[in-house]
Design a protein around this ligand. Structure first.
Ligand code: SF4
Ligand code: SF4
Length: 441
């Protein structure tokens, strides 16, 4: 039997915990009374509001723009009236500038018109992707029009679509691949045209055989049995879906330390971003909604919910029947890379993939202790870094000296912390080390 593809170094096998939601079809949540649109939804500069208090906006209107530097516009997900431009709770920070939109429940939804995109040039396609405010919605939110326009000295020959969804609990991409395979594949074809290449691999972990089947069918329909879009079955191993690990698993190419995938001729996009690209190009539809997995024993009814960007967690909780006794922690994102939040006022952004409501028995609450130098974190690190040394240096107040252990190559996957028997907060140590080392540069 052919062995499944994976990356060679490190990785862990946390419990998958996907059974709660993997069989649940995507459900559209009714739009709540108010949306909270955070102005900084992507890597780069936050948007500047283009609207003022009391302005009336239509669905799809631009409400924020980046005046200078990296970024994309922000749109009104529905029609309504601007109540306030102030600050809101933020999934990763304490608060952030945002626009509060009071939803006009009487407004007719916009019907976006289909168009044939095949005659459009790369520049036209990139402009449509920018206009729709598309960012990498499976990851950190890098503006997609920039990622699809790599520098001329980094020729690209391969597109990799990430359908691994290796984080425990999250099943939103799985459902997208089952329910919208044609749109994802068409999105891949649009990206191939922009990059002027023909080779595309879609990596999916072997724990999603139904998605592998549906995506294979769609790829075959779109490009023929020997076509340019190939489905690659990946071993179930965390963090299979991180860019560098995915590239190595599928192409065998190793992205050098501190370099981008374009250094080895590859562009990576998430499968859901490919679907957003399809919507942007074929329907001129801005990125205004997101499929989010809502799971954990602390929520009355788990779901894969399609919500408007700006929907508050509190409204999701109400819609799903409330919280259950024993809730101990709320995480935006997965349990490995997500962020604990302390307020239900936090809104969904373009990069929110899940909201987890975890009870005491689903989390580890043991206090951390000193490093026992077991070396397990070194074995688990897919980047070959030395997380134990980073932690020791941070505790010794020498964070600015951690560059020698590769701190800037750490993408905060949490594999080291997961295996650490002393429960050391290694990812928090890394974040602190990066901050201090940057300041010292
Ligand atoms: S969080 Fe960083 S140091 Fe820890 S395993 Fe992941 S890449 Fe390595
Ligand atoms: S796994 Fe934890 S205890 Fe073991 S060496 Fe790494 S930091 Fe130290």
């Amino acid at each position: 039997m052919k062995s499944l593809l994976t990356f060679p170094k490190g990785g862990v096998h946390p419990p998958e915990s996907k059974a709660q939601t993997q069989g649940l079809a995507i459900e559209v949540m009714p739009v709540p009374d108010e949306l909270e649109l955070i102005l900084g939804q992507h890597i780069g500069a936050p948007c500047t509001p283009t609207v003022a208090k009391r302005d009336v906006v239509a669905e799809g209107d631009v409400v924020g723009e980046v005046k200078k530097g990296l970024g994309v516009p922000l749109h009104a997900p529905v029609a309504g009236k601007i109540k306030e431009i102030a600050t809101s709770a933020h999934p990763m920070r304490v608060s952030a500038p945002s626009i509060t939109l009071v939803v006009d429940k009487e407004a007719e939804p916009v019907h976006y018109q289909w168009m044939d995109w095949h005659h459009l040039s790369s520049a036209d396609l990139l402009a449509k992707i920018y206009d729709a405010g598309i960012v990498g919605i499976g990851g950190a939110g890098f503006p997609t029009h920039v990622k699809l326009n790599p520098p001329a000295n980094s020729p690209i020959d391969t597109l990799v679509l990430n359908g691994a969804e290796c984080e425990p609990y999250i099943t939103a991409d799985h459902r997208q691949m089952l329910e919208n395979p044609m749109e994802i594949v068409e999105g891949a074809n649009i990206i191939l045209k922009i990059l002027g290449i023909s080779e595309c691999h879609i990596g999916i972990e072997s724990n999603k055989p139904d998605a592998i089947r549906e995506m294979s069918k769609a790829a075959q329909d779109a490009s023929g049995a020997d076509g340019s879009i190939k489905i690659q079955t990946l071993q179930v191993k965390y963090p299979q879906g991180s860019e560098k690990q995915l590239i190595q698993a599928i192409t065998g190419r190793k992205v050098p330390a501190m370099a981008l995938p374009s250094a080895v001729g590859v562009v990576v996009q998430n499968v859901t971003t490919a679907k957003a690209i399809y919507n942007a190009v074929v329907y001129s539809k801005p990125l205004c909604e997101k499929v989010v997995t809502i799971a954990g024993k602390g929520i009355a009814r788990p779901a894969n919910l399609q919500v408007k960007i700006g929907t508050k967690v509190a409204d999701i909780v109400d819609y799903l029947g409330g919280l259950r006794p024993g809730l101990a922690k709320i995480i935006m994102g997965g349990p490995m890379m997500g962020f604990a939040v302390s307020s239900l006022d936090v809104p969904v952004t373009k990069t929110t993939s899940a909201v987890l409501f975890l009870t005491e028995d689903e989390i580890d609450t043991k206090p951390h202790s000193a490093c026992i130098r077991c070396g397990w974190c070194l074995e688990a690190c897919p980047m070959g870094l030395e997380p134990k040394e980073i932690g020791i240096y941070v505790e010794a107040d020498r964070a600015e000296d951690t560059e020698q252990f590769g701190v800037f190559d750490c993408f905060e996957c949490g594999s080291c912390a997961y295996v650490c028997p002393a429960k050391r907060p290694l990812v928090q140590f890394v974040r602190l080390a990066k901050m201090k080392a940057k300041r010292a540069q």
